[in-house]
Design a protein around this ligand. Structure first.
Ligand code: UDP
Ligand code: MG
Length: 315
């Protein structure tokens, strides 16, 4: 029995690209089903993320015309990550495997074959990884690299040059469903789910119509989200800064005392400067300590699963 695949595609104001995307995905799906790689009742699921244009009408028409297309309509715009998760969680119980991709087909759909081959080998998670960033601007390329580095230094596990083009098995989806957090940074959460994973390289093209739904403002907010929803290290940074500043105050105090005995001081100046630094350091330290507890509360409120069992051998 071949696996039942759902290709999940979040769409926000994508009327310009949707007909073409649907056409290409349907051809791909037919080829996969004919080759027996996926079952004949596999589906392409478009998730309408509260679009203001005709996106949902197009999805409805596609569904009526061909049952290979299914659709999820969100009550309002919730953003790419939420829309993607909504689609995955809606189809989860009716499929064996999902592949998520963008509506603009920037993700090369030919990589789907390689992903499914990995799935057949037994991998639960297959990350689509961009083979190069030549088509990006120098700014985008360097900021992306710096960002991935920062993430890993902050202890966030993520796959370099991987966005949201990925295959997830039913088992991995069930694991992901255990993560109840509302601030989503899926590319940082999926590695937390675990299970055997592999990567597949692909060439990322240009959006073939319409414009990006991710302006710089949203991109920046998303980058901050990635850090704050997966790491409490920025809080620890405050604590460390407080300690450093307090130590500086002590060194400066010693220097001033020496200068006092050498008769080099201006009355009142030393005590004022030292107390400013010492108090500043102590205050940062205190904020950091409070922050540590808030960080713990933050992690607790996420109520993430403490573990997911992969195998249980029991006679
Ligand atoms: N998207 C979405 N909701 C939003 C913004 C974007 O569902 O609020 C979808 C969009 O339709 C596309 C995907 O997320 O399928 C990625 O968006 P886009 O291609 O505009 O981003 P870029 O490739 O420019 O980073
Ligand atoms: Mg795009």
């Amino acid at each position: 029995m071949s696996a039942r695949l759902y290709i999940v595609v979040p769409c926000y104001n994508e009327e310009e690209v949707l007909p073409e995307t649907a056409k290409r995905l349907r051809a791909k799906m037919r080829a996969l089903a004919e080759a027996g790689t996926v079952s004949a009742d596999s589906r392409i699921c478009f998730v309408n993320d509260g679009s203001k244009d005709r996106t949902w009408e197009i999805i409805r028409a596609l569904h009526e015309e061909d049952p290979v297309f299914s659709g999820v309509n969100l009550s309002r715009n919730r953003g790419h990550q939420n829309a993607l998760l909504a689609g995955l969680m809606t189809v989860k119980d009716g499929c064996d495997v999902t592949i998520s991709m963008d509506a603009d087909l920037q993700d090369d759909i030919e990589a789907v074959d390689a992903m499914l081959a990995k799935f057949a080998e037994g991998f639960d998670v297959v990350y689509g990884v961009r083979s190069s960033r030549e088509k990006d601007t120098a700014f985008k390329r360097s900021t992306a690299l710096a960002y991935y580095r920062l993430l890993s230094r902050l202890g966030v596990e993520s796959v370099y040059n991987h966005a949201d083009y990925r295959l997830l098995s039913r088992r991995a989806l069930d694991g992901l469903a255990e993560f109840k957090e509302v601030n989503l940074f899926l590319r940082g959460m999926v590695p937390l789910v675990g299970f055997p994973s592999a990567t597949v390289e692909y060439e990322r093209g240009e959006r073939f119509a319409g414009e990006s739904k991710y302006p710089f403002r949203k991109m920046f907010a998303f980058a901050v989200e990635g850090i704050t929803s997966l790491s409490v290290k920025p809080i620890r940074f405050i604590t460390n800064l407080g300690v450093v500043i307090f130590l500086i105050a002590i060194v400066v105090a010693v220097v001033f005392i020496v200068q006092y005995f050498l008769g080099l001081t201006v009355p009142g100046w030393a005590s004022t400067v030292v107390s400013i630094w010492a108090l500043g350091g102590l205050q940062l330290l205190a904020i950091g300590v409070i922050g540590e507890y808030i960080g713990k509360i933050y992690l607790e409120t996420k109520a993430r699963p403490r573990f997911l069992v992969e195998d249980f051998l029991d006679a």
